[in-house]
Ligand binder design. Structure first.
Ligand SMILES: Cc1ncc(COP(=O)(O)O)c(C=O)c1O
Length: 397
């Protein structure tokens, strides 16, 4: 009871405090009060995994501790139960219905459940893009090895000029043998936002199954799955929604559930009337889902649009700074509507190692690789982005 009162009062304070996108001082206060990120950490890699707010960690830990002390057979689990309350809350936030939403551990698992669960025959083609994450490629490569399907990759222009250009690059590759189109809503290395609705509408009109890898969507941009018009959607919640690690979703359109087999089941799956049949995974860590509900409350109190406005403001700042560096090839589009909270670029230098060393010394963390990606979330300070670019300048001039 006391805990609930505490959460309610801190929630009200948070709602009243949701600041404007450029109010750096107010967002800094939220970082200091709500996160345990130390002052010396510039964390610019939410795109890999998010930093959970303190109250999310607390809700998760409390539930775990309570379970350890109860230790009865009645201790609630997930993996067998339908988790109606959790699915209802998440479905509302994600713009769909509980009946179409299954809880999973991450987008990787959801993508594999999709690829594995489809009946495809040798020669059927799956069209993906050259921008897919290993999780969005590997699942189809496995299917290819087992069943002899074909995989084709559409080349997406980087940086793209417009949403129409992206849609055209993908849709123009559909052939008579194309059965599935599988693409990222927001791409992993380039942070590019695809025109999901347009692609799905055109593909479905041709009878092609539409698969959206939405690993980066929940919490980064406001959206409704139902508006996408896709058959299936794979999501991770532990990136931009700031849940504990190991929380994801699988959306399966109600009209498509008869065409997607479940992969991991317990007896009784035959009787499942809805997406529950895709989440019968055996005993799982329920505490993570309590943390997820707390993360959902946190995001809703601040407001998904306010959060987007802030992280997009910071991403535009990162884009502007990147454009000022002559030896950077910026991979994000000059149209800010084509990215949310992630900006990416390549450095025209043969050896990145001195940069990684210096960034590690300064405790700056980005996605590393030939493509460098900066993710901004609400705990990101403008000075974190400055520190990255100042370090780059120090190393490469
Ligand atoms: C587009 C995309 N799909 C899938 C994944 C896999 O996410 P997870 O590790 O949460 O399963 C990622 C991770 O960054 C991604 O960027």
């Amino acid at each position: 009871m006391l805990r609930r009162q505490f959460i309610q009062s801190s929630s009200l304070a948070l709602a009243a405090a949701a600041p404007a996108a450029d109010d750096d001082a107010a967002w800094l206060k939220i970082r200091e009060e709500q996160f345990s990120l130390p002052d010396w950490r510039a964390y610019l890699n939410t795109g890999s995994v998010g930093a959970a707010p303190n109250r999310v960690v607390k809700a998760t830990n409390d539930y775990l501790a309570q379970g350890a002390s109860y230790a009865t057979d009645q201790y609630p689990r997930w993996g067998y139960e339908p988790m109606d309350a959790h699915r209802t809350a998440l479905a509302k936030f994600l713009g769909t219905t509980k009946e179409e939403l299954a809880l999973t551990h991450n987008a990787t698992e959801s993508m594999s459940l999709i690829a594995n669960g489809l009946d495809l025959k040798p020669g059927d083609e799956v069209l993906i893009t050259d921008q897919e994450h290993p999780s969005g490629r590997g699942c189809w490569l496995l299917k290819q090895a087992r069943t002899g399907i074909k995989i084709r990759e559409a080349k997406i222009p980087i940086p793209p000029d417009s949403a129409d250009q992206i849609a055209e690059a993908l849709l123009s590759q559909i052939r008579p043998e194309t059965r599935v189109i599988s693409f990222s809503g927001i791409t992993t290395h380039t942070g590019l936002l695809f025109p999901i609705q347009k692609i799905c509408a055109a593909a479905r009109a041709k009878g092609v199954i539409t698969v959206v890898d939405g690993a980066h969507l929940a919490g980064q941009i406001p959206f409704r799955i139902d508006d996408f018009g896709c058959d299936v959607f794979a999501g991770s919640l532990h990136k931009w929604m700031l849940t504990p690690p190991g929380c994801g979703v699988l959306y399966v359109n109600k009209n498509f559930q008869s065409k997607l087999w479940p992969t991991i089941v317990v007896d009784g799956w035959q009787n499942s009337k809805d997406a529950v049949k895709y989440m019968q995974l055996g005993c799982n860590n329920r505490a993570e889902l309590e943390g997820t509900l707390e993360a959902l409350r946190f995001i809703e109190e601040l407001g998904p649009q306010r959060i987007y406005d802030r992280i997009h403001n910071l991403a535009q700042y990162a884009y502007t700074r990147a454009k000022q560096v002559p030896y950077l090839k910026v991979l994000s589009s000059s149209d800010p509507a084509l990215y949310g909270g992630m900006v990416a670029f390549e450095v025209d230098r043969p050896d990145y190692a001195p940069l990684w060393t210096k960034l590690a010394q300064r405790k700056v963390w980005t996605l590393r690789g030939p493509k460098i990606r900066i993710s901004s979330h609400i705990h990101t300070r403008r000075s974190d982005i400055d520190l990255f670019f100042d370090t780059l300048k120090e190393v490469f001039g």
